[in-house]
Ligand binder design. Structure first.
Ligand SMILES: [Cu+2]
Length: 141
C-alpha cells in the first residue's frame, strides 16, 4: 500500500509539472493601433492568444525561424491562438496597420539565431523603426 501511494504521488507530481511547463500568454489588440504586449518571451511549446479587444486588427506573420512554415494569418477582429514549437524570433504585423508600426515580436526559447533574417524584412520606414526598437527591447530581457 505504501508503494502504491508513492507511485501515485510521483505520477501526480509529473502531471502537474507538465501542466505548469506549458504556458499561455494573452495579447490584446488595443484602441491605439498596437498590441498590448509588443515583445513576448515564451518557452518552446507555449501558446499565445490574441484577443480582439479593439476593432479592426489581426495577426499576420512576416518572418520566423521557418520561413516556409509561418503560423497562420488571422481574420480581422478574430480570436487567434498559436502554439510555438520552433525556437527563434517571429515578427508579425496587423495587416491594415503594419505600415504604421503595429508590429509584434515573439522570442521562443530565448533563441535569437534568425535575428538577421528578421531585420531584413521589408517594411515601411516607420515600421522599420518600430521593429528596431522591439529588437532592442527583446535583447534586454
Ligand atoms: Cu491594426
Amino acid at each position: 500500500m505504501h508503494y502504491l501511494l508513492s507511485f501515485f504521488s510521483i505520477f501526480t507530481l509529473l502531471i502537474n509539472t507538465n501542466l505548469a511547463a506549458a504556458g499561455t500568454i494573452q495579447i490584446n489588440f488595443t484602441e491605439y493601433d498596437s498590441y498590448s504586449i509588443e515583445v513576448a518571451h515564451i518557452d518552446i511549446g507555449d501558446t499565445i492568444e490574441w484577443l480582439p479587444k479593439s476593432k479592426g486588427h489581426n495577426v499576420e506573420f512576416l518572418a520566423g525561424p521557418k520561413m516556409d512554415a509561418l503560423p497562420a494569418k488571422s481574420e480581422i477582429d478574430a480570436f487567434h491562438s498559436v502554439v510555438f514549437e520552433v525556437p527563434g524570433i517571429y515578427l508579425y504585423q496587423c495587416t491594415p496597420h503594419g505600415n504604421m508600426g503595429m508590429l509584434g515580436l515573439v522570442v521562443v526559447g530565448n533563441d535569437f539565431h534568425n535575428l538577421e533574417d528578421i531585420k531584413k524584412t521589408q517594411l515601411s520606414r516607420v515600421a522599420t523603426s518600430v521593429m528596431n526598437r522591439l529588437v532592442k527591447t527583446a535583447k534586454l530581457n
